[in-house]
Design a protein around this ligand. Structure first.
Ligand SMILES: Nc1ncnc2c1ncn2[C@@H]1O[C@H](COP(=O)(O)OP(=O)(O)O)[C@@H](O)[C@H]1O
Ligand SMILES: O=P(O)(O)O[C@H]1O[C@H](CO)[C@@H](O[C@H]2O[C@H](CO)[C@@H](O)[C@H](O)[C@H]2O)[C@H](O)[C@H]1O
Length: 449
């Protein structure tokens, strides 16, 4: 008896890093759309599957490879054996097969349409279809393929109907000649629930760039290793000049976003509603992570002060999930990645206008994270606490100075909004860490001190 592709997928999908419903049984897996992207051997098939677990149904995108003979190099991504067109074949995760992923490049270059799949090329782009792909090992909720040193293609695994905010933003900023985004080359889309839905985005790959988070940690490590008493500015690997430059880049990105998309203001009654939302999230977070209760008064005091703010707040499109892991330093400047907004939020919310200070708050929190995350389990944690504080303060101040000097607005009572946004982000982080990295919960908890 042969196993159906459906049965194979149900057994395989739960073990994938990007599968969001780990730990819960699958009640049903159905293949919603199956598109053959070729006829040969190997052959590429694009599947969209719906996975029902209890009340929740989630759709995932799967590029599946089919071969009659499976080479050793693909055995680690085997899904199983099934019948296809009356013949037994091996099915495997095609993201790892460069001889099949090249079809994604040629598809975009030729603006291919197959059934409901539509391959698109960015205006004015030329795609070099000879590039071969490798899967990025740090894959998390999505799968990224790097083609040579030219392109990076992000395949969204979990699908949400609608235009992806990332594509919308990088297309607009790239058209406005921004120095702070990696230019788009193409994308793949389909229609889900009647809405055009982005399946993958291909951007320029930044081959010699350093990740902001890694660079910041290198600096923190240097400071920890420096003799006590030596000020941060005299320790090797000081990051403050980079933090300042990042502040400048952030203000420029905000200016570009404000020029490319609508802007507005929110009035005091809406500000009150916003603080009520913050309070509700705090209550839910406390129910999930009880140690947060000890800090509730600090957060509530900040939210109260915001609720009393009797002035308008300017709003515009923002990044929405801004932190050091989302920025890369090229030899020329800082480049911002991943304009997708906060994962897990509905698309409408992720595209909604917001205060640019929300991004500023996100990055300020990230400096605190970088300073403290090496403390967990460190034998000299107590004595290094002061150094961590010093590093965070120095880089937060440099970032804010760069942001203001480049025209980013932080004046008057903006500090009240910034503080409330920082603590709202810390509440989000407490829940995020409790779910994903429980040993890190102490980092956002320290934000309420
Ligand atoms: N244009 C790029 N050039 C080089 N590396 C990139 C580029 N875009 C992303 N990366 C690398 O891929 C990682 C994940 O990218 P990101 O867009 O944040 O994906 P995810 O949504 O899965 O977190 C980044 O941290 C970075 O190391
Ligand atoms: O996966 P994304 O990059 O979209 O963002 C999520 O994961 C981030 C962690 O990787 C998380 O950020 C938190 O940890 C960072 C260090 O790893 C730190 O710099 C951030 O300040 C902190 O919020 C992010 O919140 C989450 O949405």
């Amino acid at each position: 008896m042969t196993t159906s592709l459906q049965e194979l997928l149900a057994g395989w999908i739960t073990g994938q890093r990007w599968f969001a419903g780990k730990g819960r049984a699958i009640d049903d897996l159905s293949v919603g759309a199956l598109t053959e992207l070729g006829q040969g051997d190997p052959r590429l098939v694009h599947a969209i599957v719906s996975v029902r677990q209890g009340e929740r149904t989630t759709r995932y995108q799967l590029p599946i490879g089919l071969r009659t003979h499976l080479p050793d190099r693909l055995k680690h991504v085997l899904i199983g054996s099934c019948d296809w067109d009356g013949r037994p074949v091996w099915a495997y995760d095609a993201a790892h097969d460069a001889s099949l992923t090249s079809q994604l490049l040629t598809g975009m270059d030729g603006e291919l349409r197959v059934q409901r799949l539509r391959f698109r090329k960015a205006p004015g782009a030329t795609i070099d279809t000879s590039q071969r792909s490798l899967v990025l090992t740090a894959e998390q909720s999505n799968t990224s393929l790097v083609y040579g040193d030219k392109y990076i293609l992000k395949l969204f695994r979990q699908l949400t109907p609608g235009l992806n905010p990332e594509l919308e933003v990088i297309s607009a900023l790239s058209a406005a000649a921004s120095a702070h985004v990696a230019r788009p080359y193409g994308w793949i889309e389909t229609v889900l629930d009647g809405e055009p839905t982005t399946l993958a985005i291909m951007q320029e790959y930044l081959p010699n760039a350093g990740e902001g988070w890694t660079m910041a940690l290198t600096s923190v490590r240097d400071l920890y290793a420096t003799a006590a008493g030596l000020p941060a500015e005299d320790a090797g690997g000081d990051f403050a000049a980079e933090a300042h430059r990042l502040g400048v880049a952030t203000a420029e990105v905000h200016r570009e976003l404000a020029a490319a998309f609508p802007t507005g203001t929110i009035e005091p009654p809406e500000i009150k509603r916003m603080t009520e939302r913050f309070r509700r999230r705090l209550e839910k977070a406390i129910a999930e992570v009880p140690p947060l209760a000890a800090h509730a008064d600090v957060a509530c005091a900040a939210f109260d002060r915001l609720a009393d703010l009797d002035e308008q707040i300017p709003v515009q499109r923002v990044h929405g999930d801004y932190h050091l892991g989302q920025v890369m330093r090229t030899t020329a400047d800082w480049v911002v990645l991943d304009f997708e907004g906060e994962p897990g939020q509905p698309l409408a919310e992720r595209r909604a206008l917001d205060s640019p200070l929300r991004d500023v708050a996100g990055m300020l929190r990230s400096f605190d994270y970088a300073a403290r995350h090496l403390l967990a389990g460190h034998p000299r944690a107590d004595s290094l606490e002061q150094r961590a504080r010093e590093w965070a303060e120095r880089n937060r101040a440099a970032f804010l100075a760069g942001y203001s000097e480049a025209g980013g607005r932080i004046r008057g009572r903006d500090a009240v909004l910034l503080r409330a946004l920082e603590l709202a982000k810390a509440v989000y982080e407490v829940v995020y860490e409790a779910r994903n990295r429980p040993s890190w919960v102490s980092i956002p908890l320290a934000a309420f001190g």
